[in-house]
Write a protein that binds this ligand. Structure first.
Ligand SMILES: Nc1ncnc2c1ncn2[C@@H]1O[C@H](COP(=O)(O)OP(=O)(O)OP(=O)(O)O)[C@@H](O)[C@H]1O
Length: 579
């Protein structure tokens, strides 16, 4: 918790909350003494003017107490909101730099819980700390001293009441705290299943698996509910047990106090004041118990948030990495030399001894079976993963000598799974280049064979793109993603199986336009493709099998000499898929 708050909360605000709370507690403690004076010196002696006088003072003290309480709550709430805001943005900032490895380690659903529920826990406990954690100890000590001063004989009652209270609190904490800690994990599970259900809803329906998914969700929902029911039943017990102890204490005070008054060794006002102090002492214990129940839960939430914030990025800028812009680089060029790569924890290398070179204006196509390593090869270029050994150079510079920001400036990527963001076509295209003009965007749409369907919609570039681009077909989404990549001026364009949802004609037209486009013609274009027809025009084709390059050449060369290429061709001719 302390680590979370460090550098994120203003120490002056904490001091302010502290001062306001001290004023509030002093007022709360002073009021019973005034009541006792009013009864002993005013009511008992029939002194009406004294009653009025003390009454006015009590009003003043109560008013100051209220102002102090409002001040404390105001500061505490503001501080908690600011803390929540800064935590959420810090987590998001951190997560944006995570590689797939970090995402796999923590899990997307857990990241959502950590940004929402865990941060909320921290906010609640911050308010609690700035109120109860200051109020309870001061009130406890103050009320104990004042109660002792008022009537020390009556304090023996606390010798019984306080240990009982401590036993009740300790029992509740022993059972509740571990359950509170597992509650967050259960929410993670609910988020995970819910999220999978939402994204896979069409598949679930198509396979008639609604029942199975419902059962799966019911399972995690039940786990959470059982856990929550247990923990809240235990904490719910606390309130009646506390009330019982408080009422029994009150009865004991009245009974014993009555005897003392009868013996003339105590005044009525003192009994009233003592009863109020007793309530303040016992309610301070209750406040502390709430803090002790909430604190471990917040501690667990803080540990989960710190785990995200402290995570070292597995992909970092190397020491001495330089920032350069495109004008400082030479002619576009891309080379892989002796590149080996293995996924973390995998026994087998995903890529072995990859060597090739591509020059400005060349199109390199990568073809191979499913799982052969095509996407992995593409993902090494923008450093979504780092090579195990070997080097990759762009425009003559090792990608590891550049900062990631300047490396990403040189690359334009269309991933296998199309990603569009909620907004407009314009906002999505400007992701590629925020300064792109309308003419440039229309040009990119034309090359990507997307111009016609964007033109047909009445809003043109301002047409709405729903979350995940759900209001477009698979092929339209791909074309928009391709257009976005073309809006960016890059040294290397990477298309990871990006033409797969396009029909043959559109695929051919797109590749033809790409070759002649002013923006692209001096850059290197790397295309991963499944169809032979998509690679025939490439300057160099890399045939990948089992993570190795098993063939290198043009279509004609490979057709004549490469067995794997011939097999792929054969299989596609059988399917009527090849040119
Ligand atoms: N994140 C990952 N962690 C571990 N192994 C992975 C990961 N991603 C891919 N792999 C493995 O690496 C190998 C190459 O995968 P890759 O995605 O590069 O294949 P691909 O040729 O692009 O396949 P496809 O044509 O089906 O997209 C596969 O055996 C795959 O199981």
């Amino acid at each position: 918790m302390i680590k979370i708050m460090k550098n994120r909360v203003n120490s002056w605000a904490i001091i302010g909350a502290f001062v306001f709370m001290i004023v509030q507690v002093i007022c709360d403690l002073y009021l019973p003494t005034l009541t006792s004076d009013m009864i002993n010196k005013g009511v008992a002696q029939g002194n009406v003017s004294y009653i009025w006088q003390v009454g006015y003072i009590m009003l003043g003290v109560a008013a100051v107490g209220i102002v102090a309480a409002v001040g404390n709550v105001f500061i505490a709430s503001r501080l908690a909101q600011k803390l929540g805001h800064s935590l959420r943005s810090n987590i998001y900032e951190k997560v944006l730099h995570f590689s797939s490895y970090e995402f796999d380690q923590i899990g997307n659903s857990s990241l959502i819980t950590r940004t929402s529920t865990d941060v909320l826990q921290i906010q609640n406990v911050t308010v609690m700390m700035l109120r109860m954690m200051i109020q309870a100890p001061i009130m406890l000590i103050g009320a104990s001293i004042l109660a002792y001063n008022k009537q020390k004989e009556l304090t023996v009652i606390f010798l019984v009441a306080v240990p009982i209270l401590i036993i009740v609190i300790a029992a509740v904490m022993t059972f509740a705290v571990p359950l509170f800690k597992t509650l967050q994990k259960r929410i993670d599970h609910i988020n995970l299943v819910f999220r999978e259900g939402l994204t896979g809803v069409r598949v679930i329906r198509a396979f008639n698996q609604d029942g199975y998914e419902q059962d799966r969700f019911d399972g995690v929902n039940k786990e959470y509910t059982d856990n929550a029911r247990k923990v809240f039943s235990i904490t719910a017990l606390m309130s009646p047990m506390m009330t019982l102890v408080l009422s029994a204490t009150n009865i004991a005070i009245i009974w014993y106090g009555g005897h003392l008054i009868g013996d003339m060794s105590m005044q009525v006002g003192n009994l009233v004041a003592f009863m109020t102090y007793a309530m303040q002492i016992l309610s301070s214990f209750m406040m502390l118990s709430m803090v002790f129940v909430m604190l471990p839960r917040a501690q667990a939430a803080a540990a989960r948030i710190n785990e995200v914030l402290d995570k070292n990025d597995s992909i970092e800028d190397r020491p001495g990495a330089v920032t350069i812009d495109r004008s400082q680089l030479g002619e576009s060029q891309l080379s892989f030399s002796q590149v080996n790569f293995r996924y973390v924890g995998a026994e087998k290398a995903a890529l072995t001894d990859i060597n090739f070179e591509a020059k400005a204006g060349q199109t390199i196509a990568i073809i191979g079976g499913t799982g052969s390593g095509k996407s992995t090869l593409i993902n090494l270029i923008p450093r979504l993963f780092d090579v195990e050994s070997g080097d990759i150079k762009i425009d003559g510079k090792s990608i590891y000598e550049l900062t990631q920001a300047s490396l990403h400036d040189q690359i334009s990527l269309v991933q296998q799974k199309t990603v569009l963001f909620k907004g407009t076509i314009r906002s999505n295209l400007q992701f590629g280049n925020e300064n792109a003009t309308d003419d440039e965007m229309w040009h990119a749409l034309e090359i990507a064979q997307a111009k016609s369907f964007v033109e047909e919609s009445t809003d043109g570039l301002d047409g709405i793109v729903e979350q995940d681009g759900d209001n477009f077909s698979g092929g339209q989404k791909q074309r928009l993603a391709i257009a976005r990549s073309l809006v960016k001026k890059a040294s290397v364009y990477l298309f990871d199986d990006s033409f797969s949802a396009l029909d043959f004609k559109t695929d051919a037209k797109l590749r033809g336009s790409l070759k002649t486009d002013e923006n692209v013609k001096d850059s290197v274009v790397l295309v991963v493709a499944q169809r032979i027809s998509s690679v025939t025009g490439a300057d160099l084709i890399l045939v990948i099998d089992g993570g190795k390059i098993v063939g290198k050449g043009t279509h004609e060369e490979l057709k004549a000499t490469n067995k794997t290429y011939q097999e792929i061709m054969q299989s596609q001719i059988r399917e009527g898929d090849a040119e």
